[in-house]
Design a protein around this ligand. Structure first.
Ligand code: ADP
Ligand code: MG
Length: 374
């Protein structure tokens, strides 16, 4: 579907951002480009929608040389999602999503229906969200809008440049899960730039590992894990993922180690700002020794917001279910199954050290099995 043929990009006289790239992105696949900063991921991606043109070589989409196409028209057929979202702040969510369909002169009924469909697809109630403005949404919600806006005009190709890397771990996991689900339904050709190996392993059909403007290895996640081509790839994947281990995973192996927390004496306006900034919908309230004192939901902050005298200690739920770092995967799974939790805090020596989500648990188990298999 997308063919790079001997593509190079040279800045100045001899700075090669890309060196003779040959790449075939297959129709309907999600291809992840991964590599250290400055290796040429963004340059590769932006050549597909002609934000950057090659110095040498050719790029074909369905056999047609894109240099012969009008870049503006080309871009209308290619969805583009970036980290900074780029929603227009003075436009409603509906207007933001229907931008390209309008440019393509879709009739009003058609694009309005499409907006509803897409909002439903990512679990945002259209009657609530379509008339809101971007500033009224959380970071995770805004990024969802960024993703569905790229899908709005049903482009066959979607480019995503580190779209989730500014999000907190929980929203990132959720959006990755949603993207996987979405891709199962819509089968678009997606080129996805990331520097996060876990993200690439989780969502990609194939992964291209880049270094210094070259593609070092292009393969399925499974092949890359089993047969890393050289030491660079091995290092990039990381010992932890490759080393076979014995025994069973424990809570600590299944957790994300960044948790958004606050202290009990904070006011509700502060908590609200903090949640917005951290892009989370709940806050663990911890004491000086990182012990858990309670849990506050965004909903509760909203409900009680009018009362200026209230602090987090007044509204937090004190009875928080926790798990110890060395408890077994079975005990973790039981907690999720029996308690209806969305997250589970992990404790060591009475300190909060991480948080398990359903998807971090499943990924942790899968990674563990991968490592343990001969
Ligand atoms: P990545 O997305 O993998 O971090 P980029 O594709 O943005 O990397 O950049 C690849 C290389 O090209 C880097 O070394 C970068 O410094 C260089 N580069 C990118 N744009 C320019 C430019 N306009 N002028 C000079 N060098 C550039
Ligand atoms: Mg980049």
């Amino acid at each position: 579907m997308i063919h790079f043929k001997n593509v190079s990009k040279i800045y100045g006289n001899d700075t090669y951002a890309l060196k003779n790239i040959n790449l075939h992105v297959k129709s309907g696949e999600l291809l992840a480009l991964i590599g250290p900063s400055g290796c040429g991921k963004t340059t590769t991606m932006r050549m597909i929608n002609r934000l950057i043109d090659p110095t040498e070589g050719q790029i074909l989409i369905n056999g047609e040389d894109i240099l012969k196409k009008n870049p503006v028209k080309l871009r209308r057929d290619i969805g583009y999602v970036i980290q900074q979202i780029g929603l227009l702040p003075h436009m409603t969510i509906q207007d933001n999503i229907s931008l390209v369909p309008k440019l393509k002169k879709w009739p009003k009924e058609k694009y309005e229906k499409r907006v509803d469909e897409l909002l439903d697809l990512v679990g945002l109630d259209p009657s609530v969200f379509k008339s809101r403005y971007p500033g009224e949404l959380s970071g995770g919600q805004q990024q969802r809008i960024g993703v569905i806006r790229a899908l709005a005009a049903e482009p066959p190709i979607i480019l995503m440049d580190e779209p989730f890397s500014a999000l907190d771990p929980i929203s990132r996991e959720q959006l990755q899960d949603e993207l996987i689900k979405l891709q199962e339904e819509i089968h678009k050709t997606i080129v996805f730039v990331t520097h996060d190996m876990d993200e690439a392993l989780k969502i990609a059909n194939r992964i291209a590992i880049m270094r210094g403007g070259e593609i070092i290895q292009l393969d399925t996640p499974d092949k890359i894990l089993r047969h890393p081509k050289d030491d660079f790839v091995t290092d990039f994947i990381g010992e932890k993922r490759l080393n076979a281990s014995i025994g069973n995973p424990v809570a600590e192996d299944l957790m994300l180690d960044k948790v958004i927390t606050s202290s009990p004496t904070r006011g509700l306006a502060e908590a609200f700002t903090f949640m917005k900034k951290g892009k989370v919908d709940q806050l663990y309230i911890v004491g000086k020794e990182k012990e858990i004192l309670g849990l506050v939901s965004l909903e509760e902050v909203r409900n009680q917001f009018k009362d200026e005298n209230k602090i987090l200690a007044d509204i937090m739920v004190k009875d928080v279910i926790k798990i110890q770092a060395n408890q077994s995967v079975g005990e973790v799974a039981d907690c999720f199954a029996n308690q209806g939790l969305t997250t589970l805090p992990v404790m060591q020596d009475n300190k909060l050290i991480g948080i398990i989500t359903r998807s971090s648990m499943i990924r942790g188990i899968a990674n563990w099995e991968q490592r343990s298999s001969p």
